[in-house]
Design a protein around this ligand. Structure first.
Ligand code: UP5
Ligand code: MG
Length: 192
């Protein structure tokens, strides 16, 4: 069985930053769905490159068949590791249903970390990262769309996990180290 922790939050909420810290301290495997999609988009000969790029620029969500198979392949490649931080997924109902169909029998969702961060802070962080990130979506136009998708499609998934009592909500607005202190508290409650 794979142990899974989903990591959710708005664009720039600090998912990737906190996952890196968790990896250092706990040795879990970090899989960013966005990073896997960007890699697949850049792969020579990918049949999904254009489709992925168009979703990323428009802040819309790639069909789950693509994302879930990238995640699954990455998990299968991490032999000997059994705990995965899945960052930025599931983002909508399609993602959730596709994951359940493909992964429920071989994985268990232990916890969902939710970094709550105001829209203003998220936008500022992404815009300043955009000066050097080269990301196709760190611009005002894409950001508006990303935030719209987050509010309309991802928040209901977060609420779904809250009802299941799997959600750990953490404010993402303090310094990265202060946020990580809260992350450690949340992770200490995990059942083995
Ligand atoms: N920063 C981080 N924490 C900070 C703190 N506490 N204080 C001050 N600054 C802080 O951080 C963003 C920036 O803020 C960085 O410069 C960082 O130094 C600073 P980061 O940790 O990168 O935040 P993160 O939440 O990971 O932001 P990211 O931009 O990656 O979030 P998104 O959810 O928007 O991006 P993602 O890569 O997950 O997805 C991109 C697109 O891919 C989506 O819009 C979608 O089109 C597509 N996608 C799918 O279709 N399906 C998926 O399953 C996943 C993605
Ligand atoms: Mg990220």
């Amino acid at each position: 069985m794979y142990n899974v922790m989903f990591v959710l939050g708005g664009p720039g909420a600090g998912k990737g930053t906190q996952c890196e810290k968790i990896v250092k301290e706990y040795g879990y495997v970090h899989l960013s769905a966005g990073d896997l999609l960007r890699q697949e988009r850049n792969r020579q000969g990918s049949q999904f490159g254009e489709e992925i790029q168009s979703h990323i620029k428009n802040g819309t969500i790639v069909p789950v068949e693509i994302t879930c198979s990238l995640l699954r392949r990455a998990m299968e490649k991490s032999e000997g590791k059994d705990t995965f931080l899945i960052d930025g997924f599931p983002r909508n109902q399609d993602n959730l249903e596709g994951w359940k169909k493909a992964m429920d029998e071989i994985s268990v969702v232990k916890m969902v970390l939710f970094f709550n961060c105001s829209e203003d802070v998220c936008v500022q962080r992404c815009l300043s990262r955009g000066q050097t990130s080269g990301r196709a979506d760190d611009n005002m136009d894409s950001l508006k769309k990303r935030i719209h998708t987050y509010s309309n499609s991802t928040m209901p998934i977060i609420e779904y996990y809250r009802k299941l009592d799997l959600l750990k909500e953490i404010s993402g607005e303090k310094s990265a180290d202060e946020v990580f202190e809260e992350v450690k508290k949340a992770l200490s409650t995990i059942s083995s």
